[in-house]
Ligand binder design. Structure first.
Ligand code: NAD
Length: 497
């Protein structure tokens, strides 16, 4: 019997009452393992009501007490993260090591948020005008919504909620309906860490829940991560409803390999960053741009490495797991077919994979398509699977132009031994996160994560100081304590004296 996967509202599991559910599958076996509740608007309202009721007390809880809860949460997470990794692998399919890596990267944001007393320190100016002092504070927004994608069911929500909670907000998380259980495990952990009921809530659901969160008058902000069309929709509708919105979208990340690069290092990096998590990472390298004749040599080295990868059940120590659903697996395979028809050369074909896993798993092995051009759909579209496409250009300038002309600007990387070229690249490329001989340049928690162009709608990136600013409003206080020398009428605009 598939398990029923409920909501978490006001500190307790709540069974779904909408009558609507969606299947949750184990991608390595194809088996339906759960039925996730899909919230009605009333259920979303109940979660928002819990978050609204919990807000005043949490906002007024001292920074010492708030950060103590965060420290406890961090300790529990660190001790028990293998449990969370297993839940991720069972519903997402990524291999256990990778699931553990995802939790560790999320944990870094919790550690960053433990320093909230320091992060919220304001400025103070004594005697800005005679007898007048000025200081600034940052205050929480209220109930905030986080809407996350399937590919990082633990890490992506953790880009937001530790900072939101630490700064005094209350949270309604709507995870992906494809892998909803990680969020419930996290909710239980918060409770164990001593977070008051109602500060962290989980509503399971689909578009109905998202639309209600976007329009609900008590929801102050929306942090969204997902595909570009939905990110744009969330940004437009959320801002129209007067909310603060950060909406992170899709990606097509290019790796530029200059002729002087160490080709073994570049080939290792392309394979790791192209096929890790079966290419279902927003920072995956999906496009390799070989400059000045290194293409043949580089593709041969990549193909040799790809042939050694073991695709299979993430619990069996394989290198790469299945894709998240059968539908997604077939969509990615469709792109490989289209690429072949449009003239790309299939150098490594993942459709022939012999997986170490269940016969009904959603398998597709590593795939390399060479001689791809910019008009092919394998280049124009985000594929989000284990498909690496290779383009060739003659010069650095042509490579740079290719990257800068792309609609996405999430991550990119350059492989070279020429410091001057790398320095030029970091300055000239129109992308939010840049690697230099580093294939997946995901920023540390104390920097901020976010792309440019169609990879992010809104102004604030995730975590780091931008995250703190996103989840707080600034206030500046100008004060004068009466002393007998002041007084008198003056209708002029306040001026410093
Ligand atoms: P998705 O856009 O299908 O879903 C994301 C969220 O939106 C989910 O919670 C889903 O339930 C909800 N949703 C889906 N359809 C909706 C609709 N019509 N109206 C309102 N809400 C809707 O994305 P996904 O397939 O879960 O995740 C993969 C995508 O996320 C890729 O495009 C990937 O690049 C992107 N992503 C981006 C980043 C980043 O940092 N930029 C990080 C991770 C994933």
């Amino acid at each position: 019997m598939p398990t029923l996967i409920p909501h978490w509202i006001d500190g307790a599991l709540r069974e779904g009452t909408s009558g609507r559910t969606a299947d949750v599958t184990d991608p390595a076996t194809g088996e339906v393992t759960g039925q996730v509740a899909l919230a009605s608007t009333e259920e979303v309202d109940a979660a928002v009501a819990a978050a609204t009721a919990a807000f005043p007390r949490w906002r007024d809880t001292s920074l010492t007490k708030r950060s103590a809860v965060l420290f406890t949460f961090r300790e529990l997470l660190n001790e028990r993260k293998p449990e969370l990794a297993e839940i991720i692998t069972a519903e997402h399919g990524k291999v256990l090591d990778d699931a553990l890596g995802e939790v560790s990267r999320g944990q870094e944001v919790v550690e960053f948020a433990c320093g909230v007393p320091h992060l919220l320190k304001g400025g103070f100016t004594e005697n800005a005008s005679t007898g007048v002092d000025v200081h600034s504070v940052r205050q929480p927004l209220g109930p905030v919504a986080v809407i996350s994608p399937f590919n990082f069911p633990a890490m992506v929500p953790m880009w937001f909620f530790p900072v939101a909670i630490a700064t005094g907000n209350t949270v309604i998380l709507k995870p992906s309906e494809k892998d909803p259980s990680a969020a419930l495990w996290v909710a239980e952990l918060w409770k164990e860490a001593g977070l008051p009921d109602g500060v962290f809530n989980v509503v399971q659901g689909d578009k109905v829940a998202v639309d209600r969160l976007l329009e609900h008058p008590d929801v102050q902000s929306v942090s969204f991560v997902g595909s570009t069309p939905i990110a744009r929709y969330v940004y437009e509708n959320g801002t129209r409803a007067g909310k603060r919105v950060q909406a992170l979208g899709g990606a097509k990340n290019h790796m530029l390999v200059l002729p002087d690069a160490d080709l073994d290092l570049a080939a290792d990096a392309a394979v790791n960053a192209g096929f890790g998590s079966a290419g279902e990472r927003c920072m995956a390298i999906s496009t390799l741009v070989a400059v000045g004749g290194v293409g043949d040599d580089l593709v041969a080295r990549i193909a040799a490495r790809a042939a050694t990868l073991r695709t299979g059940d993430g619990r069996r120590g394989c290198d790469m797991g299945p894709l998240v659903t059968r539908e997604h697996r077939d969509r990615v395979a469709g792109y490989i077919e289209a690429g072949e028809e449009q003239g790309a050369k299939v150098v490594v074909d993942g459709r022939d994979v012999q997986p170490d896993g269940g016969g009904n798993g959603f398998w597709l092995g590593p795939t390399v398509l060479d001689h791809v051009s910019t008009d092919m759909t394998v280049y124009t579209d985000e594929i989000f699977g284990p498909v690496l496409v290779v383009l060739r250009v003659d010069t650095y300038e042509q490579g740079l132009q290719l990257i800068n002309s792309n609609e996405y600007g999430n991550g990119t990387t350059i492989f070279t031994n020429d410091g001057g070229a790398a320095r030029r690249f970091q300055s000239e490329v129109q992308v939010g996160m840049v690697g230099i001989n580093v294939p997946i340049p995901v920023p540390m928690a104390y920097y901020s994560f976010g792309g440019w162009k169609n990879s992010l709608f809104g102004d604030a990136h995730a975590h780091g100081t931008e995250g703190v600013h996103f989840f707080t409003r600034g206030k500046v206080i100008t004060s004068r304590w009466l002393d007998p020398s002041h007084g008198g009428l003056n209708l002029g605009f306040p001026q410093n004296a």
